[in-house]
Design a protein. Structure first.
Length: 230
């Protein structure tokens, strides 16, 4: 089916085998990432955030480059049939999200880490379900969500750059980056829905990155909420 083809909403919400493979693969990659966060928080790598975000825009640039670079390398390996290159790209992505998540978790006591990760996973699963239901319930194309996501990412980076000097702008940057990952998640789900002839591996990577981006933002919100109740 073409990217621009209208979706036949009449087929219902049942998942095809192909869609199930994409969702299952992305879920496995996300589970690995969560486990990595849990491990990294007790290693020296959890201090990376403290160094990078001493200047907020530096942290955003470094993680942004790591995520974009990891995605490009992984996709290149998939397209070229080179599992070694694809694996390197996935390692970069796993480490980027894992180190960031571990750095966030370091502010909470170790005995709370599993609880915090579990709550975050539940919230992210609910957000993903809401977005997926919306996308699958409508027959419209969602290619514009991809453009909106890019605009939101760019706006977030600019806001954080300003926030380096004017701190309130950091919150605006956080919101815009979070919104960017939510929009990208909707766009990736739409691509899974409509691009039936696309590579399962490539779409699995895309969905995983979007979910992981949402996860690390929700993780920060959960941590702040729990801290506010103490």
């Amino acid at each position: 089916m073409s990217v621009d083809s209208p979706y036949d909403a009449g087929r219902g919400f049942g998942l095809s085998g192909r869609e199930a493979r994409v969702i299952g693969g992305a879920s496995i990659l996300m589970a690995i990432n969560v486990a990595l966060m849990y491990v990294i928080v007790v290693t020296p790598l959890q201090q990376v955030n403290e160094f990078l975000f001493a200047v907020p825009i530096l942290g955003v640039i470094v993680y942004g480059v790591a995520i974009m670079g990891g995605e490009l390398i992984a996709e290149r390996g998939v397209r070229g049939g080179d599992l070694g290159i694809a694996f390197v790209g996935m390692v970069i992505l796993q480490l980027a999200f894992g180190i960031f998540g571990g750095g966030v978790l370091r502010f909470a006591p170790r005995e709370q880490h599993l609880f915090i990760l579990s709550v975050t996973a539940i919230v992210v699963a609910l957000l993903t379900a809401v977005i997926a239901t919306y996308v699958y319930a409508r027959s419209a194309a969602f290619d514009h969500w991809g453009r909106y996501a890019n605009v939101s990412f760019i706006g977030g980076v600019i806001a954080i750059a300003v926030g380096t000097l004017v701190q309130p702008a950091l919150l605006v940057g956080f919101v815009l980056l979070f919104l960017g990952f939510l929009l990208r998640l909707g766009w990736e789900i739409w691509r899974v829905r409509d691009r039936q002839n696309a590579s399962v591996a490539l779409q699995t990577i895309g969905v995983y990155i979007a979910v992981a981006g949402v996860f690390v933002h929700v993780l920060q919100l959960v941590l702040r909420y729990l801290a506010s109740r103490e």
